[in-house]
Design a protein. Structure first.
Ligand code: A3P
Length: 298
C-alpha cells in the first residue's frame, strides 16, 4: 500500500492521522503486539499537551505506597524514563519486547489517537487517561519545541497553514481530541478526559480525580498528611524543570529531556499569534467541535 507522505513535517497518513514517519514502524508494532492487562494505565496525549506533567503525576499517585516524597524516583529519573512511550521507547528498537516483568500497575504513554490504539487496550479493562490543551497554546508550544541539540524551532508562519489543515505530528488536532472525547462520553470509567488548563487552575481536585479514576483514591489520613500537596508540588513545572534528571539526558538518545520544559503557562499564544491567526483556529474549533459537547474557552 502506498502511503501519503509529507517531508516537512516528516509524516505519513495512516488511519486518517498524520503520524511521524520516524515512529511509523513502532506504531505498527504496538498495534500488533501490545497485549493490555486489566490493571494497565495508558496515558494518551497529543504532543505538547502536558504529557510530561501527566506522567509525573500518575506515576507518583499510583506508586505512592512504595516510597516517601523525598525518596521519589522522580528525583533521579525523568518522567519519560519512569513512564515510557510505546512508540519512542517500548517498541523503539524491539518489535515485540517482553513486558511481562513490568510491575503492576504498568503505566505506558502514547501519542496515538484513540482509533489507532491496539485492540487489546480498547477491549481490556485497562484505563486510559487523556490530557488535552487548548489548540492555540498547543500549537505555540509545538512550534517552540526544540528537541535536539542544534535544532531550530519551526517558524510559526510556516507551520500555521499546515496546522489548520491538520498536517502536524499526530494531527488533525480536532480528530485526535474528538476520538478521546467521544470515547470518554461512551465510557467514562474507561477514559478520563483531562484539560491542561484545569490542572493549572486547581491541581488538587485533578490529582484526586486521577487517583479515583485509576482505583487508588486518597484516604482521609493521606489527605490530612498533605500527600496531595506534596505530589502536586513535586510535579509542578518549577519543581520538575529544576530536577537534575530533567536537565540532562534524552528520551531515546534523540529528544532532550530538558526540551519538555519551556514556560508551562496558559495563554502564551497571545505572545505569538496574530488576532487573525487566533480567529482562524477558533473558527475551525467551533466548526469541528460543533454538537460534540467539547469546547475550549480561550
Ligand atoms: P510550553 O511549551 O507551553 O511551555 P508535553 O509534555 O506534552 O511535551 O508538553 C510540554 C508542555 O508542557 C510545555 O509547554 C511544557 O513547558 C509544559 N510542561 C511540562 N511540565 C509541566 C508541568 N509540570 N506543569 C505545567 N506545564 C508543564
Amino acid at each position: 500500500q502506498t502511503l501519503e507522505r509529507r517531508v516537512s513535517p516528516p509524516v505519513v497518513k495512516y488511519g486518517g492521522f498524520w503520524v511521524p514517519e520516524m515512529v511509523f514502524r513502532q506504531i505498527l508494532s504496538t498495534q500488533k503486539n501490545f497485549k493490555a492487562q486489566g490493571t494497565d494505565i495508558i496515558l494518551s496525549t497529543l504532543p505538547k499537551s502536558g504529557t510530561t506533567w501527566l506522567k509525573a503525576l500518575t506515576f507518583s499517585i499510583a506508586n505512592r505506597h512504595l516510597f516517601t516524597i523525598d525518596q521519589s524516583p522522580l528525583l533521579t529519573s525523568s518522567p519519560h524514563t519512569l513512564v515510557p512511550f510505546f512508540e519512542f521507547n517500548v517498541y523503539w528498537e524491539q518489535e515485540n519486547p517482553d513486558l511481562s516483568n513490568v510491575p503492576s500497575p504498568r503505566i505506558f504513554a502514547t501519542h496515538m489517537p484513540f482509533e489507532l490504539l491496539p485492540d487489546s487496550i480498547r477491549e481490556s479493562d485497562c484505563r486510559i487517561i487523556c490530557i488535552c490543551r487548548n489548540p492555540l497554546d498547543q500549537f505555540v508550544s509545538y512550534c517552540n519545541f526544540s528537541p535536539k541539540e542544534n535544532s531550530e524551532p519551526v517558524p510559526i508562519d510556516k507551520n500555521f497553514d499546515m496546522f489548520c489543515q491538520g498536517i502536524h505530528f499526530y494531527g488533525p488536532f480536532w480528530d485526535h481530541m474528538l476520538g478521546y472525547w467521544n470515547a470518554h462520553l461512551e465510557n467514562p470509567r474507561k477514559v478520563l478526559f483531562l484539560r491542561y488548563e484545569d490542572l493549572k487552575e486547581d491541581i488538587t481536585s485533578q490529582v484526586k480525580k486521577i487517583a479515583e479514576f485509576i482505583g487508588f483514591p486518597f484516604s482521609l489520613e493521606e489527605e490530612e498528611q498533605g500527600l496531595i500537596d506534596q505530589i502536586s508540588g513535586l510535579c509542578s513545572f518549577e519543581s520538575l524543570s529544576n530536577l537534575a534528571p530533567n536537565k540532562t539526558g534524552s528520551v531515546n538518545g534523540i529528544v532532550k529531556n530538558s526540551s519538555f520544559f519551556r514556560k508551562g503557562q496558559v495563554g502564551d499564544w497571545t505572545n505569538y499569534l496574530t488576532p487573525a491567526m487566533a480567529a482562524r483556529i477558533k473558527k475551525l474549533m467551533d466548526n469541528k467541535f460543533q454538537g460534540s459537547g467539547l469546547m475550549y474557552n480561550t
